[in-house]
Design a protein around this ligand. Structure first.
Ligand SMILES: [Zn+2]
Length: 331
């Protein structure tokens, strides 16, 4: 057993309790997320953890993530994770980039990641999101916070390995210029953080949670939405495999990311002009390599739908080929 494996195993023994070996790579445990969600703890283990990658997935509640996220879920502080497991996590990330079967090509180098601790600057729960119906649990799950100095709601930008590579801020109240802004010089300056540029078009928001899930489960699905809020809204409705483009344009890198995970993609864009164009273009682009389903619904955005209607809209989604034919005859 190498250093990484024995370290991951010791984390598992410490935090997950009784383990069952499953194949050469995984251990199974009672899922720690079931009880967190207010449900009864399970009797037979559904929670799988890879001792070689540190990625994990619950076959029952569908939570998924990497080692850092698991430690965080057990309330280990960012500083403690860095001190005790920093080297391990770095090794795992380096390994993920060089393994042939892993999507190394699309983990673009965006410079050294930001320290997780900086999210501590943005700790407040944004009231505006609570007013819109987001629960504190959802807000915390996505590490969304509030930046008092810049008066923006903060959304962490992560690459598919879960490394923090930037911050996007949404202005609260009146603002000049774009409502959403990827932090660069000025915003970081207010917090004493060195300036940096983040290419948001190279990432899919929440992919660091969806990607591990797709490794444990074949024939899986992923819902593609435009923005942070739609992504959080679907998650809150129980759809865990959801990623956001952070805009209405699907970049080349984002398309590669989706192709690499190979899941059926549910295209769930907004119902406005940009969203209509995006729906047509994205579905067409993705259908060369993937199974695509188009989601149609009443309302302007996914956030206008209640959880039941959201799930019904996904259920009623149409196979891309059939959707094109229907469009062709109706217009
Ligand atoms: Zn679970």
């Amino acid at each position: 057993m190498n250093y990484e494996e024995s370290e991951i195993l010791s984390v598992a023994e410490r935090y997950l309790g009784r383990l069952q070996r499953s194949g050469s790579e995984n251990v199974m445990a009672i899922c720690p997320f079931h009880t967190k969600a207010g449900g009864a703890p399970e009797r037979s283990p559904s929670f799988a953890l890879s001792v070689t990658t540190g990625l994990w997935f619950c076959h029952s509640c569908k939570e998924a993530g990497n080692l850092r996220m698991l430690l965080k879920a057990f309330d280990v502080s960012s500083a403690a994770i860095e001190n005790r497991y920093g080297r391990l996590i770095e090794n795992l990330n380096a390994h993920a980039r060089v393994t042939k079967t892993k999507p190394n090509r699309i983990v673009l180098d965006q410079g050294p990641p930001l320290e997780e601790g900086i999210l501590g600057f943005f700790e407040g729960i944004p009231l505006a999101l609570e007013d819109e119906g987001f629960t504190e649990e959802t807000i915390r799950h996505f590490d969304v916070g509030y930046d008092e100095r810049n008066m923006r709601i903060t959304f962490p930008l992560r690459d598919m390995l879960g490394r923090l590579i930037g911050i996007s801020g949404r202005a609260v109240g009146e603002c000049q210029g774009p409502r959403y802004k990827v932090y660069a010089e000025r915003e970081y300056e207010a917090w004493g953080i060195p300036p940096r540029h983040t290419d948001k078009s190279s990432l899919l928001w929440n992919m660091h949670r969806v990607y591990p899930a797709t490794l444990f489960e074949s024939h899986t699905m992923v819902v593609l939405v435009e923005g942070f809020k739609a992504c959080m809204w679907l998650y809150q409705a129980g759809v865990k495999n959801v990623v956001a483009m952070v805009g209405s344009h699907l970049s080349y890198q984002q398309r590669l990311l989706l192709e690499r995970i190979g899941a059926t993609v549910y295209v769930f864009t907004d119902n406005d002009e940009a969203g209509d164009v995006a729906r047509r273009r994205i579905s067409k682009e993705l259908t060369n390599a993937l199974h695509v389903r188009v989601v149609e619904y009443e309302g302007h955005q996914p956030t206008n739908l209640d959880p039941v209607s959201l799930l019904a809209a996904l259920e009623a989604s149409v196979d891309y080929g059939r959707w094109v034919m229907r469009k062709g005859t109706s217009s």
